[in-house]
Design a protein around this ligand. Structure first.
Ligand SMILES: [Zn+2]
Ligand SMILES: [Zn+2]
Length: 275
């Protein structure tokens, strides 16, 4: 099925993060093949908030790869100019108390967009291989509440253009016994007040939970609140670029999405969602 014209894939990794594969150029070629108008490379920021010995090179690029990453994306932008817009982005972890360190990292390149992600919750990863065991041990409700508290703080830090995988704690299928409505509402309000967009990500469809981020119920609330959305795959391989967009487009329409946003030099542009 061909996709309507104009769509972006705003969450794409490179081999540098240690858990993605393929040549970056092949991600761009795939985006063109899928009929996308834009692709943003948004590789994982070096783990600036962890002590040296905990900076696992299988989870994020190393500090010494950062310059090379930026240079490669800028070169691809030139190489593919006129065929597809290649955006320079970064998936930046939010870590409470390290906002100034993050600001220093973000000042180092001319980003088109910065994704705000919360992967590190209550002292450890929430979505890494091995994280699933935490839910039973530490309490699903507690981890969800703490996650949304941090997501709200991330938004309010105003360092990010887009919040990623909004309901990430569901990744392995853990659901709170009672909905975390207060915590969810806090994150939604923070996104609205700080002008953050939210990604509609097909990645959850490839995970044990088998559901897009965010789930329909939350996406409806986000859209009703007037928070802008964009589209992404969280591709870690060329074949995943634009993956699942038929499904996420259908979900978006069903949840009342009327338009989506793109970014250039961190300026936001709104586009109507094609019927
Ligand atoms: Zn990743
Ligand atoms: Zn992520």
């Amino acid at each position: 099925m061909t996709l309507p014209p104009g769509l972006p894939d705003y969450h794409v990794h490179t081999h540098r993060c240690g858990h993605a594969g393929g040549a970056s150029r092949d991600f761009v070629r795939k985006a063109i093949g899928r009929g996308l108008a834009e692709i943003a490379f948004t590789d994982h920021i070096p783990l600036y908030f962890l002590p040296e010995e905990r900076r696992d090179p299988r989870l994020a690029m190393r500090e010494d790869q950062f310059e090379d990453y930026v240079a490669e994306v800028l070169a691809l932008r030139e190489e593919f100019r006129g065929r597809i817009a290649v955006r320079l982005g970064l998936e930046a972890d939010y870590a409470e108390g390290y906002e100034e360190t993050l600001a220093a990292w973000l000042s180092r390149a001319p980003w088109d967009l910065v994704l705000g992600s919360v992967h590190f919750v209550a002292g450890d990863w929430i979505d890494a291989p091995g994280s699933a065991a935490r839910f039973e041990k530490e309490g699903t409700e507690r981890l969800y509440d703490e996650y949304y508290r941090l997501l709200a703080k991330a938004a309010r830090s105003r360092q990010f253009d887009v919040l990623t995988h909004f309901d990430l704690p569901k990744k392995f299928g853990h659901r709170p016994a009672v909905r975390r409505e207060v915590a969810e509402a806090g994150a939604i309000a923070a996104a609205l007040e700080s002008g953050c967009a939210v990604e509609i990500s097909s990645a959850g469809l490839r995970k044990p939970v088998a559901e897009a981020y965010p789930e329909d119920r939350l996406l409806r609330q986000i859209v009703a609140a007037g928070i802008p959305v964009t589209f992404s795959s969280d591709a870690h391989a060329p074949a995943e670029v634009g993956w699942g967009y038929e499904q996420t487009l259908a979900i978006a329409r069903d949840c009342g999405v009327k338009d989506y946003v793109t970014f250039e030099k961190r300026r936001r542009l709104r586009h109507p969602l094609p019927a």
